[in-house]
Design a protein around this ligand. Structure first.
Ligand SMILES: Nc1ncnc2c1ncn2[C@@H]1O[C@H](COP(=O)(O)OP(=O)(O)OP(=O)(O)O)[C@@H](O)[C@H]1O
Ligand SMILES: [Mg+2]
Length: 470
């Protein structure tokens, strides 16, 4: 009998008997071919090693520690994976960056929110100037950099305010900041509620007020505290002028569909021209208050205002704002020309026209422009779409003198007639600002105002300049 191993010890053994029969047995190789018996050399070595491992406490502890260590490592990576899955599935973040408008709103909201745990606070100081000139200072505490917890509508929200150590906002040289709100995925709708509440608080603070924005570098910044709205009646323009402008603006604002149906940019430009102190700026501010709009003021004779900045600012206005471009004649000086007053105008004529044409906003855009020098304006700016409505706002007419007098001295009709007849005799042309000056000096003393009317002659301009030049 011949035994033929087939090569693989796991295989069955094929046995060829002497009589030629082939028997296939499922026996594996005999154990003595693989195992070292206890009496063999290999067996002895193996036994010694086993004894050493089992009886040596160092070996035993090492093995245990190794097992424990690898077990813990596996558990840890499993836990990390699980927490990552849970975090992405169950936790939701909201990041508010300091350059976003809602950033300041949120901090104010948070400062007022009662159910919060904050260990780091910052102070925001506000000066409030009252109508009588008095100033009160208000401190409000807002969450400082660090972690804060709030409980809002039953949910816990972690608020993390961070200040970037590396990135600085070049516009205001302050570090970039972010606030991150973290809560459970199921409570994510609360973010919307919080942002809306924060926005409403901000809007309420400005209710009944007009926010004035001025340019600061490439962005619009609030100029001082929001001002109490100026009543439209407090600005006295010549007969019918105010009503004409107000009805035109109202009609424009209610005709958005007409513009969009015809594919016309939804904007309207107004030009108020006339001598200084005639109430142009005051009227526009009062109109903004009447319409519940804010006002963005740009002075084109301002240093450092370039065509690019002008374009950028005009295309990035805060919502619900009237754009007021003061002294537009400044753009009609030659580039970089320095006039006798030393001012240096960088905005060019074509820059102004491009900026006016390029304003693309889905909202209505109302632009008011003012100038004391209409004769310097180029005809190209009068094109509809740039200036659609122009109004001369001149020195005080008799109509205005009467209304100004009665506004300062209500009910003094007799003295008003005296004042008017003297005014006519003097044949002077004075601005409404000069009239206001006389009435302020003689506050509550209408007789003295009548007596002092001659003082107006000194400052009068004999003719009404530029009247109806355009
Ligand atoms: N028509 C007016 N009605 C009421 N107040 C006026 C009027 N005109 C001028 N004033 C007062 O005079 C001051 C200056 O007015 P304002 O700045 O509006 O003039 P302006 O026409 O814009 O002058 P400028 O052309 O120099 O910019 C303000 O305090 C304003 O209240
Ligand atoms: Mg003005």
């Amino acid at each position: 009998m011949t035994t033929v191993p087939t090569g693989d010890p796991q295989d069955a053994i094929t046995t060829i008997k002497n009589d030629g029969d082939i028997v296939v047995s499922d026996n594996k190789l005999p154990t003595n071919m693989t195992d070292a018996g206890p009496d063999t050399f290999r067996g002895k070595v193996k036994k010694m090693a086993n004894d050493a491992m089992a009886n040596n406490p160092y070996f035993a502890a090492g093995g245990g520690l190794m097992l424990l260590g690898s077990g813990l490592a596996i558990a840890r990576s499993g836990f990390l994976k699980l927490s990552r899955v849970l975090y992405t599935q169950m936790i939701v973040d909201l990041e508010i960056q300091s350059k976003d408008k809602s950033y300041a709103w949120f901090l104010t909201w948070m400062g007022r929110y009662p159910k919060r745990i904050s260990k780091h606070l910052s102070v925001n100081t506000n000066y409030i100037q009252h109508d009588n000139g008095a100033i009160t200072t208000k401190f409000s505490l807002v969450p400082g950099p660090g972690n804060h917890w709030i409980r809002y509508k039953g949910a816990f929200i972690l608020i993390k305010r961070e200040r970037s150590g590396r990135m600085i906002d070049i516009v205001n040289s302050s570090p970039y900041e972010t606030v991150t709100l973290t809560t459970l995925y199921r409570d994510r709708h609360l973010f919307d509620d919080i942002l809306n509440e924060a926005k409403n608080i901000a809007l309420k603070t400005n209710e009944g007020k007009t926010v004035i924005y001025t340019s600061f570098g490439p962005e619009w910044r609030k100029f001082g505290q929001p001002k109490a709205k100026r009543a439209l009646q407090s600005v006295v323009l010549d007969e019918g002028i105010k009503e004409k402008i107000v009805s035109d603006v109202n009609e424009f604002m209610h005709n958005g569909k007409w513009y969009s149906d015809r594919g016309i940019p939804y904007r309207r430009g107004y030009l108020l021209y006339g001598p200084p102190g005639s109430g142009k700026t005051s009227f526009i501010q009062a109109l903004a208050g009447e319409l519940n709009y804010n006002i963005c003021i740009l002075n084109l004779s301002e240093n450092n205002l370039t065509d690019d900045r002008l374009n950028h600012l005009m295309n990035n206005m805060p919502e619900r704002s009237i754009l007021l471009l003061e002294d537009i004649d400044a753009a009609f000086n030659k580039r970089n020309q320095t006039d006798e007053n030393g001012f240096h105008s960088n905005v060019t004529f074509s820059g102004l026209l491009n900026a006016l044409d390029g304003v693309t906003s889905s909202e209505e855009t109302i632009t008011f422009m003012t100038t004391n020098h209409p004769e310097k304006l180029d005809a190209a700016i009068m094109r509809p779409g740039r200036i659609d409505f122009k109004v001369y706002v001149g020195n005080a007419s008799l109509f205005q003198v009467r209304h100004m007098f009665l506004k300062f001295y209500p009910g003094e009709h007799e003295l008003c007639e005296q004042f008017l007849s003297r005014f006519e005799k003097l044949k002077i042309s004075v601005s409404t600002a000069q009239l206001q000056g006389l009435f302020i000096i003689n506050k509550d003393k209408p007789i003295d105002a009548v007596e002092m009317i001659n003082t107006l002659s000194a400052s009068s301009t004999i003719t009404q300049p530029h009247q109806h030049i355009l």
